[in-house]
Ligand binder design. Structure first.
Ligand code: NAI
Length: 480
């Protein structure tokens, strides 16, 4: 029986391994982590992450051929294939601070593999890593190997949170990079055999190691670039009277461009896009390509611009101050159908409003008060470390309350900011909400999900990203 071990039981390690266990009953899969609460949660009825469909998959396999454990050494030593899916945060200190990937966790995982291995192993990079990481990992493993042979593969993960199970069941492609030696090719084949249990062969792409590593960074950079492109256009739409939805539809019907990922919004978030682009920028700079680095940097700059533009719209519309005004924040997760708040645009928007002394009442169907307080007090990039190693702030933000109902959040509020596109926000009783609010009552739709015309009929003043401006907003300056 093939034994797989995955180091790192996070958003990637947990769901990917659960799906491998489901689709390959003949493979034994152990997911290990240094975080005891995380493993306890994976072994409980309350999984540590919210992902549609995940509960069913885990319930079916857990205890059969899927195991969650903190005994990293035992499971690594027994495995034929070791996936590494640990955090790869952005460095906050030293060489490359603010851009380069911090490979501390990766390196320590590699050292454990080298220390405890008693048989040859295939080591698979699942985390997103800088190009040429495999070379460094190979060196750590071979210099500590005591004669054991390791083959390194790059198998980056392309799942999207919120649709992870669907994506894993039916991936656009699985990418496997390896050495172009006979041993490297044999290792690629062994991993291919695992995926071939459910992924059609023509969707399993094989490349050299460096192409696979770079393809993941490139794919995320392209996706983020689409969002920044459409958001850059949204600013121009507001200035000219064009409508971003109409422009995006007209652009997206060109088959060379395609319709996906063209929604104007308050900006992208999530654990990967910004981190991976910063990483790409750093790699370009290190390779003497400053023009290429500058090009990709702009994608992040536009994203930051979009968030501050949104805050400025809110403040400018409400008579240039939100001091002591209650503002309801609907949605805090970086997108719908996940509880993940890493790099969510809501953090910067809330911080911007708090900077102008607003009082915030926040509601998100999947995010806890504790998480929101942590996010609003944590320093940049600190979120991307194992939970028990994250520095805790001794304070909480007093002007913030977190409630479990959109109606409670909006009661007596002066304005509403919609920051996540949760379906339930489309069908709220806005008439009832309007009646409970201070007047004039404002809605700032950062996701373009409400029917602005209907809301205007009720009496709201509405701002929707990239849409023709309400007469109220036309004379208000909103330059970031
Ligand atoms: P995560 O933070 O949810 O999980 C990482 C886990 O690794 C944590 O539970 C941590 O305790 C554990 N860990 C760290 N060092 C360890 C060690 N030495 N031994 C054992 N466990 C250790 O992170 P997530 O989101 O799963 O991301 C993992 C990697 O996958 C990152 O490189 C990320 O960029 C990449 N990725 C993430 C995607 C996403 O949608 N979240 C998608 C594709 C790639």
């Amino acid at each position: 029986m093939v034994k797989i071990c995955c180091i790192g039981a996070g958003y990637v390690g947990g769901p990917t391994m659960a799906v491998i266990a489901l689709k390959c009953p003949s493979v034994e899969v152990a997911v290990v982590d240094i975080s005891v609460p995380r493993i306890d949660a994976w072994n409980s009825d309350q999984l540590p992450i919210y992902e549609p469909g995940l509960d069913d998959v885990v319930k079916e396999c857990r205890g059969r051929n899927l195991f969650f454990s903190t005994d990293v050494e035992k499971h690594v030593s027994e495995a034929d294939i070791v996936f590494v899916s640990v955090n790869t945060p952005t460095k906050t200190q030293g060489l490359g601070a603010g851009k380069a990937a911090d490979l501390t966790y990766w390196e320590s995982a590699a050292r454990v593999i080298a220390d405890v291995s008693k048989s040859n192993k295939i080591v698979v990079e699942k985390s997103t890593v800088p190009v040429k990481t495999a070379e460094a990992i190979e060196k750590i493993l071979t210099h500590n190997s005591k004669g054991i042979k390791f083959q390194i593969l790059s198998n980056p993960e392309f799942l999207a949170e919120g649709t992870a199970i669907k994506d894993l069941f039916n991936p656009d492609r699985v990418l496997i990079g390896g050495r172009e030696t006979p041993e490297g090719q044999k290792a690629i084949q062994a991993l291919k055999d695992v995926y071939a249990h459910w992924v059609p062969e023509d969707r399993i792409l094989t490349t050299n190691l460096w192409s696979a590593e770079l393809s993941k960074l490139a794919a995320n950079a392209f996706l983020a670039q689409r969002i920044s492109s459409v958001n850059a256009m949204s600013a121009l739409c507001e200035a000219t009277g064009a409508n971003i939805s109409q422009v995006a539809y007209a652009v997206g019907t060109d088959s060379r461009i395609g319709p996906k990922f063209l929604n104007g919004s308050v900006g992208f978030g999530g654990s990967c896009f910004q981190k991976d682009i910063l990483n790409l920028v750093y790699i370009c700079e290190c390779n003497g390509l400053p023009e290429v680095a500058e090009y990709w940097k702009q994608v992040i700059k536009i994203n930051d611009y979009q968030k501050s533009r949104f805050v400025n719209r809110v403040v400018a519309s409400m008579f240039n101050t939100v001091s002591s005004k209650k503002i309801a924040i609907l949605g805090f997760a970086f997108k719908k159908d996940t509880g993940d708040t890493r790099e969510t645009p809501a953090i910067d928007v809330c911080k911007g409003l708090l900077g102008d002394k607003a009082r915030l009442s926040i509601y998100d169907p999947q995010v806890t008060e504790d998480q929101i307080q942590r996010d609003l007090t944590m320093k940049k990039f600190d979120w991307d470390h194992p939970l028990h190693l994250q520095p805790m702030s001794p304070t909480t933000v007093k002007q913030v309350t977190v409630v479990w109902d959109a109606y409670e959040a909006t009661k007596d509020a002066h304005g509403i900011c919609i920051l996540t596109e949760w379906d339930e926000f489309k069908t709220l009783d806005y008439q009832r909400i309007y009646e409970g609010m201070q007047k004039p009552a404002f809605v700032f739709d950062g996701r373009n999900i409400v029917d602005a015309e209907k809301l205007r009929e009720i009496g709201f003043i509405v701002y929707a990203i990239g849409k023709p401006l309400d007469a109220w907003l036309k004379d208000m300056p909103a330059i970031a």
